[in-house]
Design a protein around this ligand. Sequence first.
Ligand SMILES: [Zn+2]
Length: 401
Amino acid sequence: MKSTVLKTANALWLCKDGKLVALPANTDCSAYDVIDASKAQAMPGRICAHTHIYSGLCPLGMPAPEKAPENFLQILERIWWRLDRGIDAQILRACARLYAAETLFHGTTTFLDHHESPNLIEGSLDILSEACDEIGIRALLCYGATERNYGYDEGHRGLEECRRFIKANKNPLQIGAVSLHASFTCSDKIVREAGEMCQELGAIMHVHVAEDAADIADARSRGYVGPFERLLAFGALPKGSIIAHGVHLTAEEVAAADALGIWFAQNPRSNQGNRVGYAKNLVASKHVALGCDGWDAKMQNEIDCLRKLSAEAGEDAEAVIKARVAGGYKLCEALYGMPFDLVEGGAADVIVEKEGKVNDVIVGGRIVVRDGKLCTADMDAIRAEAKEAADRLWAAMKKLA
Ligand SMILES: [Zn+2]
């Protein structure tokens, strides 16, 4: 296979071992597969710091719950904790292929996933990994361990799925992490086990913290100051870990996490949709990136929502947006050990836009979208497979109480 070369208005980049290497301007490129962006806009692929691939079928007609949820816990119970139990291997594969492909079309080349499928724990991360590899997206993968359905055994199996994947993974585009769903659905025993696994494997944690006030109340009822302090007490938030949300953390807690090198993924659309509040104290951290929390990974939509909510909170919205976007690249740099920018040695994750539309996408040096078309799989087949899987998932959800 020919190596990829990206031609921009003022540079020639060879993609070598997943990184960018500058070539002299007069290089004969006939031996290369050239993406010509000399008259277009080439930029680093966008980053989504927190999502749920498993919700990727929702736009395909997910039925509304019979009784409308009135608070955050009811949203989880009536929608997401039914959907996740309906997932089987075929549904997950179809969902992952669709969501990964659509994410690339949005110009997002990396997503950090947080997976749960309580009736398909073992091997679920391999299904996600294979789909991401096939479609050609960079991903962090983990299983969000929880005890909310079947107790301790469920939590333990979730953590073991993380361990298995972290140890087996050889794909340089993929990173495995230890994960818990959230403090409020886990016993001390499971949080301790997660902390020990992080230490043993030298792995980071990816977890929801303080998304809703219910998480704070739960940790307090267990005798902790809050969920952040509880996770810290068990060593379950090592440096580099990723906290999703942090909506109800105090400025002091956010600053403490920042000092410990812990990242935050802010998800403005999801927080607004779930009516859990605006994460106003995240400005106390220099480690904050944007996630989409299972919505489409079109990061411009997330930025537009952040602009509105940030301004309403009295912040300098443009400065916050700038910091969040830069935070995404810094987070990836920390995860993968290379800059995510069009620089020598930078990740060969580049998007080319023409008139504001994503035309070409390169991930890890591989051309995955060309002239607006997916190169790695048949998009029509992906859509057909997803539609069939979605219909089965809605039927499965209906049967679950
Ligand atoms: Zn989430």
